[in-house]
Design a protein around this ligand. Sequence first.
Ligand code: SAH
Length: 242
Amino acid sequence: MTRTALIAAMQEELAALLPAIDGARIEHRGGRAFWLGRLGGHEVVAVRSGIGKVAAAITATLLIDHYEASRMLFLGVAGGIGAGVQVGDVVVADALLQHDMDASPIFPRHEVPLTGLARFPVDAPFSDAVARGAEAALGQHADTAALLGHGSRLHRGLIVSGDRFVSTAAESQALREALPDALAVEMEGAAVAQVCHSFGTPLAVVRSISDRADDTAHVDFGLFLNKVAGPLGLAIVQQALG
Ligand code: SAH
């Protein structure tokens, strides 16, 4: 059986998705509510992880080891840090890195000690399917473009994660300098990628851009989260799962 795990950090990101699950059965484990059922003809398990790398890692481990997820899709919002990554755009990860991991000089900066890796991989075919789904969802969501006053674009590349809400221009500039190819910053994806790498579970991560991780990030973040993140996330999942 193929069971797709759907994870988001916050309730707002998952709220539109949960009612779309047919025959949902809810199980509680480790302080989390796991929704098991079917979505678009696929067996799914959906759960809110909570915010941050540890919360995300606990959740991903339970999904794989207890709920036997055969692949994982993390969705949610993120701050845009790459040039041209604007609010309302969507980023599909092609690798994930923990920007606050630093055991230098013993290990290279950003490398997770004893794994030999700084950049954790995603599953290419699943990420391709998610990117196609996101493209289709953006096409459907003309109202998002209207709300934002510009069209939304799909980007693919590096997403970086750390236990910090990046909300000053100085901090996002420092991230750009340390990691020039990073497109977006959030707080969970790279932790989930490390867990999936440990277990050999295919992963895709898709983030809609809620803010530019700058001095107005907290305001932009709240508006986007409440108005756009939920429906856009549902549309992406429906399109990606087909
Ligand atoms: N003040 C918020 C805190 C949310 S933390 C609250 O009251 O809930 C931000 C969440 O959105 C995290 O799950 C993270 O993955 C994502 N995110 C969006 N923009 C971000 C940014 N600029 N920096 C870090 N994470 C961001």
